[in-house]
Design a binder for this molecule. Structure first.
Ligand code: ADP
Ligand code: MG
Ligand code: MG
Length: 252
């Protein structure tokens, strides 16, 4: 079965049902682009899958490699191999970046029955990944995201992704606030992760990046459901004509 299988997922924030019934599959090594108008619930999907307490799943299923994600606590979902990069990555004051990532990585290794990485080996690979992503090494020793610019936060998310090697990664508007080199780093990293079998969901409207990502499918979220499924042509048509879709185009 697919690595991530979401079936008829229904999500409420407070009293309001934001996602009515969302279904999608992410196969190993595949990349799906999720598009949708502002407020259509794209971030809600990521938050709900990550297990954020304000996003209440009131129906449906989500399986990660056959395991019931919804039965797990947020940190257990991450350990099981789900990586969600948020639209606005938060600060974690007082916790150094390198320790934060090493702790997460070793929790994940433990869950897989692997030996923990020691500080020395970890630092060597962290430095290498930071360099590949154009992040100054000094950022490894700073508190997570504290004083980081928008683009640096996004690159820092990529650093975590690169070192954690999850089974499935969902990246929410990872291109926003990133410069051209940052976007190129996203494309390169995601191509590598896919070749290693990671399944990827990218929320973005940036057509130039979407084209470079060579997605397997492009989905459009509307009114709490996947309203349309297509390939990169769907992304091109949304970029040209927006989300108010002519009826013929939707039915074609
Ligand atoms: P998108 O990412 O597609 O722009 P979101 O998932 O962020 O959309 O938001 C979906 C809807 O849920 C929006 O109408 C938004 O205003 C609402 N929403 C999101 N977060 C909250 C919250 N914490 N409290 C109340 N409503 C929220
Ligand atoms: Mg938004
Ligand atoms: Mg959003």
């Amino acid at each position: 079965h697919p690595l991530l299988q979401v079936r008829d997922l229904r999500v409420q924030i407070g009293e309001r049902t934001v996602l009515e019934s969302v279904s999608l599959d992410v196969a190993a090594g595949s990349l799906i682009v999720l598009m949708g108008a502002n407020g259509s619930g794209k971030s809600t999907l990521g938050m709900a899958l990550a297990g954020h307490p304000n996003y209440h799943v009131t129906g449906g299923q989500a399986l990660l490699a056959g395991q019931d994600l919804l039965a797990l606590e947020a940190h257990e979902r991450a350990r099981a191999g789900l990586f969600v990069s948020f639209q606005s990555p938060p600060d974690i004051p007082g916790v150094k970046n390198n320790l934060f990532i090493r702790t997460a990585l070793n929790a994940q290794r433990e869950a897989r029955g692997e030996e923990p990485l020691d500080a020395f080996d970890f630092l060597a690979s962290a430095k290498q990944s930071a360099q590949a992503l154009g992040l100054p090494q000094a950022m490894l020793g700073r508190p997570v995201n504290e004083g980081f610019s928008g683009g640096e936060r996004k690159r820092n998310e990529l650093l975590q992704l690169s070192l954690l090697k999850p089974r499935v990664a969902l990246l929410d508007e990872i291109d926003s606030g990133m410069d051209v080199d940052g976007v190129r780093a996203v494309v390169t990293l995601l191509a590598r992760l896919r070749s290693e079998g990671v399944g990827v969901v990218v929320i973005s409207h940036y057509l130039q990046m979407i084209e470079q990502l060579e997605p397997d499918s492009v989905l459009r979220l509307d009114a709490g459901r996947i309203a349309e499924t297509g390939d990169v042509e769907l992304a091109r048509s949304i970029a040209q004509t927006g989300f108010v879709r002519p009826r013929e185009a939707v039915e074609a």
